[in-house]
Structures are given as structure tokens and as C-alpha cells.
Design a binder for this molecule. Sequence first.
Ligand SMILES: [Zn+2]
Ligand SMILES: [Zn+2]
Length: 259
Amino acid sequence: MGRMTLLGVGTGVPDIDRDHTHMVWEGATGPVLIDAGGSTYQRLLRAGVDPQQIQAIILTHSHTDHINGLFALVFSMYLAGRRETLPVYGLEPTLALVQRILEAFQLEQYVTPIDWHPLEAGDVLPVPGDPDWIIRTAASEHSRPCLALRFEARQQARALTYSADTAPCQQVIDLARGSAILIHEATTAEPFPGHTTPQQAGEIAAAAQVEHLVLVHFSPRWTMSEAEALAAVRAGGFAGRAEVGQEYQVLEIEQAGSV
Ligand SMILES: [Zn+2]
Ligand SMILES: [Zn+2]
């Protein structure tokens, strides 16, 4: 079974009940964090995930709402006793910027040791700590280089795709094709460069023929109300299960053939 917990579901501006969008994959032998925007260490605890058990972090891109929690996280992990190397994956420019910021913090020895793993769009890698799953990557269409991610079961062709920040684009449709779950951003009410509207997210979910669409990077204040967003998804032509993602929501991919 695949399991993704949403640690934050908001836009670049947090709401009272929505931190920046990031999430954690709970693999067979440990969690894999996807982005680190906001108070990640505490959010992992609240989600029932031990931050010290993190197998790897994958960064989609270098905008501050996706990386600002990383530096406090690796500091806290060290203070809490972690000395085991932490693999951090991301595009080369993402890792380069993160390394510069980390240096500026001057954490000295008070940082868990990091092993940097540069990724390229199109890479396929085993999910760290979860041999039954692989990750496929694709370039999304954003104002900075950004990776969309597809978690795919090796045996069953069941998948969960996360668009990351993106304008509507063919690469995400191709990556998401046939996914059981598509977590797609829906930041803006009107078409806007580098981002997606709820209606466009519905169009993408329909084109990719996914079963279940979950909107993230969304705000009832900055995007539109949840009811309007779901109506817009339908107007986009998506007839499957659709919802607005909630903080700490757990998304599970059931075994193929089960309900
Ligand atoms: Zn963002
Ligand atoms: Zn962004």
C-alpha cells in the first residue's frame, strides 16, 4: 500500500489552517519527505511520523515556500540526536541554492550530515527506503526549474502523482496518466503564468484519466472557496472523485482490484 500524508496544503501565503504545501510518503522502512515549507519537524510529529526516521528528502524546486523549513529541520534533527546521513534529492539549481542558504545559516556541526543527490527530469529512482515503489520525475512548467513526481508500485502499475508547482502542461498529464491519485496544485482563480486554476486542474485530471484528484497549493482566501473550486473542477470536465486537500489528510493507494 502507498501512503502520502499532506503536511501542508496552502499557497505561498499560509492561512490560519494551511501551511505551505508539502507532504510525506510513508514507505515500508521509513518516511520520505517531499519539500519542507513551514514548521516541518512539528508537522511530522503531529502526523505521527518520527522525523528522525526520514529516509530522504526530495525537493521539487527552490521557491521559499517549498524549502524554508528545511534548515530548521536538519538543525532540529541534529539536536535530537540524528547523526545518520540524510539524502537530499533535487534538481541541480535547487540543491545549489539550498547549499548556499545552509552555509549562510552557519549551523557549524549542528546539522545532520547531508548527502546531495542531483536529479534530472525524466529520472527514475527507487523510493528511498521502499523497495516496492519507484519515483518517476518530469519537468513541470514553473517560474523556476521544478520537478513533478510519480510514485509507482513496481508490481501493480498503481501510482500517485504530485504536480508540484506548475502551469497546466503536457508533461504532468503524461506523468500522471492513469494514476489512482493526482495531487495537483490549484493556486489561482484565473490563469496565471506558472500556476494552475481549479478548472485547469480538472482538465488535466480528465486528460490524464486519473481516478482521484486532490487540490493543494490552494487557499479559500487567495484562490476561491472550496465549493467553487470543486464546481470549477467539474467544469474542467473531470468526473472522478475530487476534493480539496486538507492538512494531515492521509491518501492511500489500495491494492489493485480492491475498492
Ligand atoms: Zn509554491
Ligand atoms: Zn513555486
